[in-house]
Design a protein around this ligand. Structure first.
Ligand SMILES: N[C@@H](CCC(=O)N[C@@H](CS)C(=O)NCC(=O)O)C(=O)O
Length: 205
């Protein structure tokens, strides 16, 4: 099995979905929490350096990649968490991209808690949640209880993780969406996820 090192700041931020993918798949990895001092040194040698970074080593073969979403997708594919059918894979990606829009709007509120930014966040959520709720409800009727297809995918993990931040700013955000709530509860109860969440370091975001 390859060995994995995942480097990101000591925050959930753009790094947590990857950490959760490792946890859900039960794949060990080095969880490198980069300090500002270490990042300063990285920037001194590579002014374009950004985090997260994934390093994969398998025998003599080693590669390094950045871009959080590319890393997430690479891990999801590698661990078989990217959806079963081609349609499922497309739906997983669609859910994730909708949530990326919400996370960007949330990010904007984090950096400038203005009326305008909050309104934009509300609008993005109102656009995305009803569709996601319908997708989850429809998939639940087929029995699995996950967001897409018959088994856990990166979509479920991303929903769980994205709403942690959203709910911390907007505790009522899921009040009208029982399916999304149930989906998150299901993910929270998966033994490997529950164990990871219980043991992980608390960070503000
Ligand atoms: N699109 C990139 C953005 C990466 C990014 O902006 N990372 C931030 C941390 S969340 C960073 O490294 N900031 C420090 C810098 O760019 O100097 C990704 O998703 O990985």
């Amino acid at each position: 099995m390859p060995s994995y090192k995942f480097s990101y700041f000591d925050l959930r931020g753009r790094g947590e979905p990857s950490r959760m993918l490792f946890a859900a798949a039960g794949i060990p990895f080095t969880d490198k929490r980069v300090t500002q001092e270490e990042f300063g040194k990285m920037k001194a040698t590579d002014p374009y350096a950004s985090l997260p970074i994934l390093e994969v080593t398998a025998g003599n073969d080693a590669y390094m990649m950045n871009q959080s979403m590319a890393i997430n997708r690479h891990l999801a594919r590698t661990f078989g968490l990217d959806g079963v059918t081609l349609n499922d894979k497309g739906m997983v990606d669609e859910i994730i991209e909708n949530l990326v829009d919400v996370k960007s709007a949330l990010f904007a509120v984090g950096f400038g808690d203005t009326e305008e930014n909050r309104e934009k966040l509300g609008k993005t959520l109102n656009k995305m949640c009803p569709k996601l709720e319908a997708q989850i409800q429809s998939n639940m009727k087929k029995g699995a209880g996950f967001a897409v297809g018959p088994k856990l995918t990166f979509a479920d993990i991303f929903i769980f993780e994205a709403f942690e931040s959203i709910l911390s700013k907007m505790p009522d955000a899921l009040n009208s969406y029982p399916g999304i709530k149930q989906n998150r509860e299901k993910v929270a109860k998966l033994p490997k996820v529950a164990d990871y969440v219980k043991k992980r370091k608390e960070t503000p975001f």
